[in-house]
Ligand binder design. Structure first.
Ligand SMILES: Cc1ncc(COP(=O)(O)O)c(C=O)c1O
Length: 370
């Protein structure tokens, strides 16, 4: 009998050169933010097509700093999608402002631009769309709404390094773009995040705030803000640098898996994710939505028994205990977000996935209840 096929949900792309890059940092003894972080920032700025990139300790820290750079605080509102990783809304809460949730489009799982426009009030400080699972949000409509209300856009592009909307990389459209380098993303530093911006003043604010509020532009460093320690280490930066250099290859491999799923999954009891009409996704996740006849927990347990590490995709944030208790939301308030939360399943997808692993996922899913 042949070995059972085990398919994890995700698997970071770490090769020998990445390990050597990390080893070189360990041997140098210079572990904290230094030359490798600077090199990572240059690589991300070039990849995204922005003037400045600032690396920090996580994708949550990037969102927090991005919001603070607009002076977001108590009494303000920030518009976010109701379906995302909870960090999107937590970052707003951390500033003391209120997240105002808007339902998502059932195909792209991204914020509905018309709903976003309706949610704008006199208290709105920032619009924060998410490129969910790497699928580009409709930046044309979102920027139009932002401009007509003179509001800044922060793109939560946590999952979307390398994704494009209309020929331009996401994260380069808003006043700030925010990326996560968590291991579930296409490239990873273990934990980490990067901010992208074309505004040098904002980049300087990010650099000061990640480093205890220290301004080191003068002759002697001075502490000009009560900042955080949101720094990234050179160990983390060294791990991810080579991955960013081979990002296009990694995305092509991810797309090949997605294309196979699209061709060979029968979709008897679920909806497959679309391919973007404008731009491209980096295929951070392959997210299907089960129909009402299939229970998410049972389906996940079935896949687990087959050695397949599937999981639910993202949260309906207003229905998480903290938000429900604080703001009193109901499941019916954001029907598409709630459906995606209760019926969404992410199938394994990573660049080093073998044909045999993909076949096992396809045959197992197609064989469910057949
Ligand atoms: C859309 C979104 N925003 C923010 C985050 C937070 O990023 P991190 O885990 O790096 O803090 C995530 C993480 O998965 C995410 O998916």
């Amino acid at each position: 009998m042949s070995e059972p096929v085990i398919v994890p949900l995700a698997r970071p792309s770490i090769d020998r050169r990445d390990r050597e890059n990390v080893r070189a940092v360990l041997e140098s003894g210079q572990l904290v933010q230094g030359s490798r972080v600077a090199a990572l920032e240059a690589a991300v700025a070039a990849t995204v097509g922005v003037d400045h990139a600032v690396a920090v300790s996580s994708g949550t820290a990037t969102l927090h700093l991005a919001l603070l750079s607009f002076g977001t605080g108590p009494g303000d509102e920030v518009i976010v999608p109701a379906f995302s990783h909870v960090a999107t809304a937590n970052a707003v809460e951390l500033t003391g402002a209120k997240p105002v949730f808007v339902d998502v489009d059932p195909g792209s799982f991204n914020i509905q631009p018309d709903g976003m426009a309706r949610a704008i009030s006199g208290r709105t400080k920032v619009l924060m769309p998410v490129h969910e699972f790497g699928f580009p949000a409709d930046m044309g409509k979102i920027l139009e709404i932002a401009e007509s209300h003179r509001l800044p856009v922060v793109e939560d592009a946590a999952c979307a390094l390398g994704s494009q909307w209309s020929g331009r990389k996401v994260g380069s459209f808003g006043a700030a773009g925010s990326f996560s380098l968590h291991p579930r993303k296409a490239v990873t530093s273990g934990e980490g995040g990067v901010l992208a911006t074309n505004d040098s003043g904002r980049a300087s604010f990010f650099r000061i705030m990640r480093n205890h509020g220290m301004d080191d532009s003068g002759q002697t460093p001075d502490f000009v803000q009560a900042g955080f320690n949101y720094r990234m280490t050179d160990i983390q930066a060294a791990l991810v640098l080579g991955q960013i250099e081979r990002l296009e290859t990694l995305i092509a491999r991810r797309r090949a898996v997605a294309e196979r799923y699209d061709r060979e999954l029968r979709g008897r009891f679920f909806r497959k994710p679309p391919f973007p009409a404008t731009g491209r996704t980096n295929w951070q996740s392959y997210h299907i939505v089960l129909d009402d006849t299939v229970d998410q927990t049972e389906f996940l347990a079935f896949l687990r028994e087959k050695g397949i590490g599937a999981n639910y995709g993202a949260q309906c944030i207003p229905m998480q205990t903290y938000y429900r208790r604080k703001y009193g939301y109901d499941a019916g308030d954001f029907p598409e977000a709630y459906r995606a939360f209760r019926r969404g399943v992410v199938l394994p997808l990573f660049d080093s996935m073998t044909e045999r692993q993909a076949t096992h996922v396809i045959e197992s899913v197609n064989g469910y209840r057949s």
